[in-house]
Ligand binder design. Structure first.
Ligand code: HEM
Ligand SMILES: *[C@@H]1O[C@H](CO)[C@@H](O)[C@H](O)[C@H]1NC(C)=O
Ligand SMILES: *[C@@H]1O[C@H](CO)[C@@H](O)[C@H](O)[C@H]1NC(C)=O
Ligand SMILES: *[C@@H]1O[C@H](CO)[C@@H](O)[C@H](O)[C@H]1NC(C)=O
Length: 513
């Protein structure tokens, strides 16, 4: 009898707690989605594997028309910022109330979690300042030939797989993923790497495991984002991210080898070694030395584990984005013959001016391709940005308060495909970004985020995507295809195309002389 009563009491309390949790927004009179699903909120379709998280947040964007709306990410109340002006206010002017992402990080016990992406507050600010010089245009220029080399290896590979006569359908996403992984392996990890010839190399094998889209990784990513404290607990119990550990070990080996043999290579690893040994990365683009500076006494704050954490996040943040931009651009150009013709003409003309030499400066002159990339990054952005509220915040012009600790979600995919900001959003129209006569709402365009925490490597990402596209345009014919949309994989976090990005390519006819 007692057991039964206790059981009943427990169920009642549980029921009350759940009701309490899911009435968080109603109790505060906050605009909210009227049909909130218990127990998953707006992520019900993700939990049921019917949608990716990005598309679920896009759906939540479409369902409402208020500038901001209270939603539930599983059981966590969060605010969806639908209005681009308010989003910018939060990301830029009111950054001091939203300076963190709120994802898992454990500074005391897990240095491998201390990436620029995850770090909070002062620790983030200090690291951001230190790393910024490594993405200057002078540094990127010095690294350009490494990317160019990898571009050539990609071309050699395509020449091998394409038939002499006629065309073949290829998954360009797959090709550009290999290209992007090799650039990161080379420019950031300092490896001599050619995955086109040796696809089973140590680096690629390691990262390939982490790339697989499966139920586990989709759910795990959601948890890193939604319940950092549970993840922290699991890591303390001994869970290890073997990819991160493996990448750290690869870097450690290279660092030790370089230090032993006094090798200086112009890459990001060298700059992080400089940071580790001298306490800073110099603004001087000619100075790649890593000789310890005894005066600062700062050397050991930034350890090999910290280098590993940055390498890991640069890999995660750089690989998918760079390869998607390049693949989606060619996928779209293949559907618009006149745009494709303009792009090819531009590549030919600029290369002619530069005696056939593709350089950093030649790439910068390709302004139509720049518009194409802008349009690709509009139509296929990272589906959302996120922040955590770091001090109670009253939404300007209202009496609504966002409390400290509440996650903020900015539905970038929804905003970037909203016809009120970008007319005919599903049409691929690079000319909407024409500097003289833009046809879009500039406030609504944030492919690299905005404010102090925007992408630190936007130039690097643009350059490498552009380089990959130019290599393909320069060497192959792209077959025109009918209009189509990619299908987004249900288990992905970003815009992961189901079945790849298929385009038909053929070799250019040999010029006889
Ligand atoms: C076309 C390529 C890329 C796109 C579209 C892109 C997009 C983004 C976006 C949307 C954010 C979030 C910004 C925000 O929350 O306001 C971000 C952050 C970041 N990205 Fe990129 N990214 C690209 C390439 C790269 C590359 C190549 C790297 C590294 C080598 C990189 C490293 C990072 C890092 C470290 C952050 C976090 C910055 C911080 O919190 O201080 N990204 N990126
Ligand atoms: C995603 O799941 C839905 C519902 O189960 C299904 O109809 C759809 O075909 C799936 N999409 C993909 C790309 O797998
Ligand atoms: C390790 O990190 C990768 C990349 O973010 C992720 O896909 C994987 O689920 C993580 N695994 C663990 C055990 O943390
Ligand atoms: C190079 O940069 C390091 C780190 O900032 C600095 O300690 C060193 O003095 C610089 N060397 C030269 C020759 O400028």
């Amino acid at each position: 009898m007692i057991v039964l009563l206790l059981g009943l009491l427990l169920v009642t309390i549980l029921f009350w707690l759940i009701r309490q949790q899911y009435s968080y927004w109603n109790r505060r009179n906050f605009p909210t989605d009227p049909d909130t699903h218990i127990p998953c909120g707006c992520l019900k379709s993700v939990v049921k594997h019917e949608k990716s998280m990005g598309v679920a947040i896009y759906d939540a964007y479409l369902k409402s028309n208020s500038p901001f709306v209270g939603v539930y990410l599983l059981f966590r109340p969060a605010v969806l910022i639908r209005d681009p002006e308010l989003a910018r206010q939060i990301l830029i002017q009111d950054f001091s109330s939203f300076h963190d992402r709120g994802i898992y990080v454990d500074e005391k016990r897990d240095p491998l979690s201390c990436s620029l992406f995850g770090l909070r507050g002062q620790s983030w600010r200090s690291l951001r300042q230190k790393l910024t010089p490594s993405f200057s245009s002078g540094k990127l220029k010095a690294m350009f030939h490494t990317s160019d080399d990898i571009g050539n290896k990609m071309i050699a590979h395509l020449n091998k797989v394409l038939p002499e006569e006629g065309s073949a359908e290829l998954d360009l996403k797959d090709v550009f993923v290999t290209y992007a992984i090799d650039i990161i392996g080379s420019v950031i990890f300092g490896l001599e790497i050619n995955s086109f010839e040796d696809p089973k190399n140590k680096f690629r094998t390691l990262v390939h495991k982490a790339r697989r889209n499966n139920l586990f990784s989709a759910n795990f990513a959601m948890f890193i984002f939604l319940c950092p404290s549970i993840i922290k607990f699991m890591f303390r119990l001994g869970l290890k991210n073997y990819t991160a550990v493996g990448l750290r070990d690869i870097m450690k080996e290279t660092i030790e080898y370089r230090e032993k043999h006094n090798i200086v290579r112009k890459d990001m690893l060298q700059l992080m070694m400089q940071l580790r040994n001298t306490g800073k990365i110099t603004e001087d683009d000619e100075n790649w030395t890593t000789k310890p500076n005894a005066a600062t006494g700062e050397q050991n704050e930034f350890t090999i584990d910290h280098i590993g954490a940055q390498g890991f996040i640069f890999y995660i943040a750089g690989q998918e984005t760079t390869s998607s931009s390049a693949a989606f651009t060619i996928f779209e150009l293949a559907q618009y013959p006149d745009l494709l013709a303009r792009a090819k003409k531009e590549v030919d003309e600029v290369l002619e001016r530069h005696n056939g030499q593709l350089s950093y400066d030649a790439l910068r002159e390709m302004s139509f391709l720049e518009l194409c990339l802008q349009e690709t990054n509009r139509k296929y952005p990272l589906p959302f940005l996120n922040r955590e509220c770091t001090q109670d915040y009253t939404i300007p012009g209202t009496s609504h308060v966002i409390e400290k600790g509440i996650p903020i979600v900015i539905p970038l995919l929804g905003i970037h495909r909203d016809p009120q900001y970008f007319p005919n959003p599903m049409t691929y129209d690079p000319d909407r970004f024409l500097p003289g006569s833009p046809n879009y709402n500039a406030n609504a365009y944030m492919p690299f985020g905005a404010g102090p925490r925007q992408c630190i490597a936007l130039r690097m990402g643009m350059i490498n995507s552009k380089l990959g596209i130019v290599k393909v345009l320069q060497n192959f014919n792209i077959e025109i295809m009918s209009r189509r949309e990619i299908i987004i994989d249900n288990h992905s976090v970003g815009i992961q195309p189901k079945g790849g990005v298929k385009v038909r390519l053929s070799k250019k006819a040999q010029v006889q002389n």
